[in-house]
Design a protein around this ligand. Structure first.
Ligand code: HEC
Ligand code: HEC
Length: 289
């Protein structure tokens, strides 16, 4: 290490460090840099005084500004809830038909209904509401019990064949085979006639034999032409949409010992506002009937 000296070429003093004859100039830091550096120190001190900054054993300094991101979050949540409470009160006070007509209520109800649907309905109807055998698809425009928003509201509030609700939707297809109303061959004939109504592959001779059996035993619920009857939840047999399967065998099974779908009532469990939102959401799937 040699002593500090003045560099002859630049006229700047050296630091006294030297490697193989190369000396280090002692250039001062640029002023602007230095001032920015001091400014950050001042700012940091101010920050630590104003905001919570210094960790203590079980808490931290609070800062004179009293700021806390948690308190800010609580405020934001409270503000959102206040806005929601207002909309929920409006939903409660409005009937479903008018909710559909009101843009902002409709939007609010559809998004609230969509999240409630994921929690309470998707296990049976599927997360996309597309259903599965025995559980109807709610996206299409085919409805067992009606697709107006009031009809959907009634279905959701009181359920279907749900013993716990007096106003539940109810109807039951007789067990034509099990209860001995029709013989096995009559059931086969009727199933083939249903196949004819539904444009399925069927035996024409059996279908002809099944025509009067259908008119006598089935038309009262499913209609002369098999178009179904919503007051009774009797499905349309001509629309190629089958709850319990669309082969002649599956139809014969349904005639012999019918399955009956059961859906719980949600009115008491979820409350009016949620059921209305669910109804509006289900109605909005596929654009509403
Ligand atoms: C335990 C299973 C189950 C759950 C959970 C369930 N459903 Fe259903 N749902 C059914 C069944 C089964 C049917 C068909 C009943 C029938 O065959 O008539 C049905 C029918 C419906 C219908 C009538 C469809 C039509 O074509 O008329 C609507 C609307 C409906 N459900 C909405 C909902 C909503 C909304 C929820 C959630 C709050 C829900 N369901 C939860 C089983 C369920
Ligand atoms: C009292 C009314 C009633 C009568 C009478 C009746 N049905 Fe039904 N049928 C229903 C109902 C209600 C359902 C739907 C059950 C459900 O949703 O769980 C149904 C369902 C069906 C299905 C299943 C449809 C599908 O989408 O999978 C077929 C097929 C059917 N009926 C055929 C017949 C035939 C054939 C007869 C006459 C022999 C008959 N039904 C008589 C009420 C009736």
């Amino acid at each position: 290490m040699s002593a500090r000296q003045k560099d002859e070429i630049s006229g700047v003093e050296t630091t006294g460090h030297e490697w193989d004859g190369i000396k280090e100039l002692d250039n001062p830091l640029p002023r602007w840099w230095l001032w920015v550096f001091y400014a950050t120190i001042v700012w940091a001190i101010g920050y630590c005084i104003y905001y919570p900054a210094v960790p203590l054993i079980s808490s931290n300094t609070e800062g004179v500004g009293g700021y806390s991101s948690r308190a800010e979050l609580h405020q934001e949540i409270a503000a959102v809830e206040e806005g929601r409470a207002d909309l929920l009160a409006q939903i409660e006070a409005t009937n479903v038909e008018d909710i559909v007509k009101n843009d902002s209520l409709h939007r609010f109800a559809v998004s609230g209904g969509a999240s409630a649907f994921k929690v309470y309905c998707s296990q049976c109807h599927g997360s996309g509401a597309a259903g599965s055998p025995g559980y109807p698809n709610l996206n299409d425009d085919v409805w067992l019990w009606g697709g107006t928003v009031e009809a959907i509201h009634q279905t959701i509030a009181h359920g279907i064949r749900y013993a716990g609700d007096e106003d539940t939707r109810f109807s039951e297809m007789p067990a034509f085979g099990r209860d001995g109303i029709l013989s096995a061959s009559e059931i086969r004939a009727t199933a083939n006639f249903v196949g004819k109504l539904g444009n399925l592959e069927h035996d024409a001779a059996l279908a002809e034999a099944g025509e009067t059996l259908y008119a006598d035993n089935c038309a009262s619920c499913h209609g002369e032409a098999g178009k179904g009857m919503r007051d009774l939840g009797a499905p349309n047999l001509t629309d190629a949409i089958w709850l319990y399967g669309g082969t002649i065998e599956e139809i014969a099974t349904q005639i012999g010992a019918p399955k009956h779908g059961v859906m719980p009532a949600w009115g008491e469990r979820l409350g009016d506002a949620t059921v209305k939102q669910l109804s509006v959401f289900v109605h909005s799937l596929g654009g509403g009937e």
